[in-house]
Design a protein around this ligand. Structure first.
Ligand SMILES: C[S@@+](CC[C@H](N)C(=O)[O-])C[C@H]1O[C@@H](n2cnc3c(N)ncnc32)[C@H](O)[C@@H]1O
Length: 289
């Protein structure tokens, strides 16, 4: 992260408003530490139906690599590298994160005050890995975990596929799951999970490994996966055996119109719950005994 008085490497991206959420998510996946969305409702709005996304990166190489990979994304009208004069961006981007307040838990970053004192607090430093709890796909799974905790349905262990910052694993153990194993193909995620687990006092309960689903064996009563349909299409045959008979898979990262397709990838599982938020969906599937 740059120092005040220098510049911060950013991508300025114009896209149709309907692609705003998904492209924000893509930018985070590509390593953006923060994404600011400017549309007609913001002071520096972009005219018409378009939105302007400003994504900040830790360094120019990371920014340039992300820019190259954006070319393949649907809906990118224009994407350019910009060096934003550092008028406090390195601290200012923190303002883009908001506390995530749910029924039983609240997720904050280390520099925030917890808004409520009657909720369990989870502190997540976004670092370079995805997952501060603010994205609808993450929030949907957090809500599912809360409801299972409320009815004492959280089992003794869970596996979290695409662990990112560790937010789901940490929430699961804080809500009552005994242990969590998180896997991710992104090495950045390992440091993030370790740091966030330590900050939440659950290092002894959360383990993270660099791996894809095809490299893991064993069975868990609960599988969490907030990824995307393409990964489920590629890996459902590796993921399904990781769920113990009678166990549950909570799958997120889906667009609402992808739910049926995703369910069809899991023969031997029954869809018990579908939840949606802002066009995103998550499903709970139970493996038949
Ligand atoms: C949308 S993020 C979710 C992060 C966090 N679990 C959350 O809910 O906020 C998806 C994560 O899946 C990881 N991922 C993508 N493909 C994967 C694969 N085949 N195996 C394991 N992890 C994968 C990405 O690196 C990323 O950290």
């Amino acid at each position: 992260m740059s120092q005040a008085g220098t510049v911060s490497p950013c991508i300025s991206l114009v896209a149709p408003a309907r692609r705003s959420e998904i492209l924000s998510c893509v930018l985070e996946d590509l390593g953006a530490v923060a994404v600011e969305v400017r549309d007609g409702t913001t002071m520096s709005g972009h005219p018409g139906d378009a939105v302007l996304l400003i994504a900040g990166f830790c360094g120019s190489p990371e920014r340039d690599e992300a820019l190259a990979r954006l070319a393949a994304e649907e809906g990118v009208v224009e994407a350019t590298a910009v060096d934003v004069a550092d008028d406090g961006w390195s601290r200012g981007w923190r303002a883009f994160f908001q506390p995530v307040v749910l029924e039983r838990i609240q997720v904050i970053t280390p520099w925030m005050e917890a808004p409520r004192d009657d909720l369990m607090t989870i502190v997540i430093d976004p670092g370079l890995a995805f997952g501060t709890g603010g994205h609808p796909t993450t929030r949907l799974v957090l809500g599912m975990l809360e409801r299972r905790a409320a009815s004492a349905r959280l089992p003794a262990s869970t596996i979290d596929i695409g662990v990112g910052s560790g937010v789901l694993s940490i929430a699961a153990v804080k809500l009552g799951t005994g242990r969590a194993l998180g896997i991710d193909i992104d090495e950045e995620s390992m440091g993030s999970v370790a740091q966030n687990a330590r900050a939440n006092g659950v290092s002894h309960l959360v383990e993270a490994r660099v791996a894809g689903p095809e490299e893991i064996s064993g069975q868990w009563p609960l599988l969490l996966a907030n990824i995307e349909l393409a990964v489920f299409e590629r890996h459902a045959r590796h993921l399904a055996p990781l769920v113990a008979p009678g166990g549950e898979a909570l799958l997120s990262g889906l667009l609402e119109d992808q739910v049926d397709r995703c369910v069809s990838l899991w023969p031997g599982f029954v869809a018990e719950e579908v939840v949606a938020d802002a066009g995103w969906a998550a499903i709970a599937l139970r493996r038949q005994k």
